[in-house]
Design a protein around this ligand. Structure first.
Ligand code: ADP
Length: 167
């Protein structure tokens, strides 16, 4: 897109804790990528306390599984997402909606982010295959040695297995 003769990059962000990245996250990111010039997948460092993986490990895993997407890059943010958006010229936030219960919370966040900084939020409905899938469930199942092979990409699975069941 051009504006006043200048090239305008339509850059969006997919924010989250990604502890760890799941097939549900990947579904949303891979469907968002062809719709925008650039997608920034941003790990919220302030959401990372008491997590299973460190922020650096999450970024590393995201980098591995998203390596095939030329217009997707991985970053992290501290503090307010709208400040990250302003600093990186990001005009919209892309969020996945698993169920109506997600929508209630996401709608207030979207309205708040718009009123704070004029940043739009675009919602994508989840692939029904993944509507039950969240990182906390993956952590819970893996913790007790359950099979999460259909829920996460291979690099995540091998890291989870390397930890073995833990308490
Ligand atoms: P989780 O709830 O799995 O911990 P995050 O907080 O990391 O996820 O979520 C980051 C983004 O990914 C949010 O927009 C969330 O709605 C979306 N998302 C998470 N899991 C899924 C899924 N299974 N399908 C679609 N979107 C999802």
């Amino acid at each position: 897109m051009t504006k006043g003769g200048n090239l305008v990059v339509r850059r969006v962000v997919c924010p989250g804790s990604f502890d760890p990245v799941t097939n549900g996250h990947l579904d949303i990111i891979s469907r968002a990528a062809p719709l925008h010039d650039e997608v920034v997948v941003a790990v919220g460092a302030n959401l990372a306390k008491n997590g299973l993986f460190s922020v650096d490990e999450r970024i590393e895993m995201l980098g591995e599984v998203l390596a095939g997407y030329a217009n997707v890059r991985v970053d992290k943010f501290d503090g307010l997402l709208v400040d990250f958006c302003r600093a990186h010229d990001i005009s919209a936030i892309v969020k996945g909606l698993r169920a109506v219960s997600d929508f209630e919370y996401e709608m207030t966040m979207a309205q708040m982010n718009y009123s704070l900084a004029g940043i739009e939020t675009l919602f994508m409905t989840t692939n029904p295959l993944y509507s039950f899938l969240r990182s906390s469930l993956v952590r819970e199942i893996a913790k007790y040695g359950g099979d999460v092979s259909g829920l996460v990409p291979a690099p995540v699975l091998s890291r989870l297995m390397a930890r073995g069941p833990w308490s």
